[in-house]
Design a protein around this ligand. Structure first.
Ligand code: SAM
Ligand code: SF4
Ligand code: SF4
Length: 377
């Protein structure tokens, strides 16, 4: 069913079976018929959407965009392939009508995308079928955050996660591989806190022999600051980072090491299927999280969809292929048709890559897996 586009004047119309239209004039406004919440073949609802707004980055983290692959000659997506803000907002609006409650902007480095606050304003104007706001967040390497934090907050961004792998310049520079100093990321984190983008989360990917000596110093540094530090197990995403199991520091070991220096106790999950297991300092100095994507896979509760920079929908971080939404959008599909396509894709989803890896089952995704910087981490 094609629904006639609304004019801005139509926007006050209240119809319980229609999603609230976008309240930003630049966006083509069309009503989206609300479906029931989408559930995949394993009973998982579609709740979270990660949108990659660029495949480019200021860093060359060794575990994500190794320099020998992403060097000078690397062909990034041409501008014509990249979804426009209007196209992104349209996909997001349809996804929200299907039950998406949280949207996270990512990349590549999202703060490299020009005029990002304009997109943030468009997305923050979306409302869920029950009329509530969408929980809009962003993950960044922090390099450009100090100068953008206030504008992003004004545009409607609610929270940021900043990636920081070490407090020691030599270690951090070896990991980001572009000689970027720690102090500038710390300044970005402070700016985010000051701008009201809190509680700020900090992601530390732990790679054995590279930065694991910094686990306890990082925990010490952020304890009592209001920042929630999360340790991420190094994952075998993509095929270019030379991942080896011996480089993974299991979350249990991370918790053990911190607990020995700063006693911890577990915190019950805030909601079922929370990806990060939470621990708090017994002395009241805040909490940490551990994300055990390798040693304790959480596919059974994975409610995440991902849209790449060029508008491909992926239902798993370890996918070998996705579904072309850009072709549909640019081919003139209505919102209803887009909504139907999304529903069919999610309903057919059976992904459980990390659980299969943990159970040593044959892995479906042995082929050319998608890279993290393209799919959006
Ligand atoms: N550039 C931004 C950043 O670094 O925060 C956003 C994109 S980045 C791909 C998103 C997250 O993925 C970051 O926290 C990064 O540390 C994490 N990441 C990238 N490669 C990873 C890997 N192989 N294993 C685990 N986490 C990874
Ligand atoms: Fe860039 Fe983020 Fe990947 Fe590092 S993890 S290379 S900052 S996209
Ligand atoms: Fe979700 Fe795929 Fe990760 Fe499992 S492996 S948690 S299905 S993204």
């Amino acid at each position: 069913m094609r629904v006639a586009p609304e004019t801005p004047r139509d926007r006050a119309v209240v119809d319980p079976v229609l999603v609230d239209p976008v309240r930003v004039d630049a966006v083509r406004v069309e009503r989206v018929p609300v479906d029931t919440v989408l559930v995949d073949t394993r009973g998982r609802a579609m709740r979270d959407l990660r949108i990659s707004v660029t495949d480019r980055c200021t860093f060359r983290c060794v575990y994500c965009m190794p320099k020998d692959v992403y060097g000078r000659g690397h062909a990034f997506l041409p501008r014509s392939d990249v979804l426009t803000f209007e196209e992104i907002t349209r996909v997001a609006r349809v996804a929200v009508a299907h039950g998406i409650e949280k949207i996270r902007l990512t990349g590549g480095e999202p703060l490299l995308r020009r005029d990002l606050p304009v997109l943030v304003a468009q997305l923050s104007a979306l409302t869920t079928p029950s009329g509530g706001p969408v929980d809009l967040a962003l993950t960044t390497n922090g390099a450009l955050l100090a100068r953008q934090a206030a504008r992003l907050h004004e545009a409607g961004l609610r929270r940021v996660t900043v990636s920081l792998d070490s407090l020691d310049d030599a270690t951090f520079m070896a990991m980001n591989d572009v000689g970027f100093p720690v102090a500038k990321v710390l300044r970005g984190i402070e700016a985010a806190q000051e701008a009201g983008l809190g509680p700020v989360k900090v992601n530390m990917v732990v790679k054995r022999g590279h930065n694991d000596h910094d686990i306890v110093p990082m925990a010490r540094h952020f304890a009592g600051t209001g920042v929630v530090l999360r340790f991420i197990e190094y994952m075998d995403v993509g095929t270019t980072n030379g991942w080896r199991l011996e480089h993974v520091v299991p979350s249990a070991e991370v918790v053990e090491r911190i607990d020995a220096a700063m006693p911890l106790e577990p915190v019950p999950p805030q909601y079922p299927g929370e990806t990060s297991a939470r621990w708090r300092f017994r002395d009241g100095g805040g909490e940490i999280g551990v994300i055990s994507s390798v040693t304790q896979a959480f596919c059974h509760a994975c409610t995440r969809a991902r849209i790449s920079t060029d508008g491909t929908l992926f239902t798993c971080l370890f996918a070998t292929g996705g579904h072309d939404l850009r072709g549909l959008i640019r081919g003139g599909a209505s919102d209803a048709e887009l909504a139907d396509a999304m529903a069919a894709i999610w309903r057919g989803r059976a992904d459980r890559y990390s659980e299969a890896r943990g159970a040593a089952e044959p892995l479906a995704a042995h082929g050319h897996r998608i890279e993290m910087s393209y799919i959006g981490g």
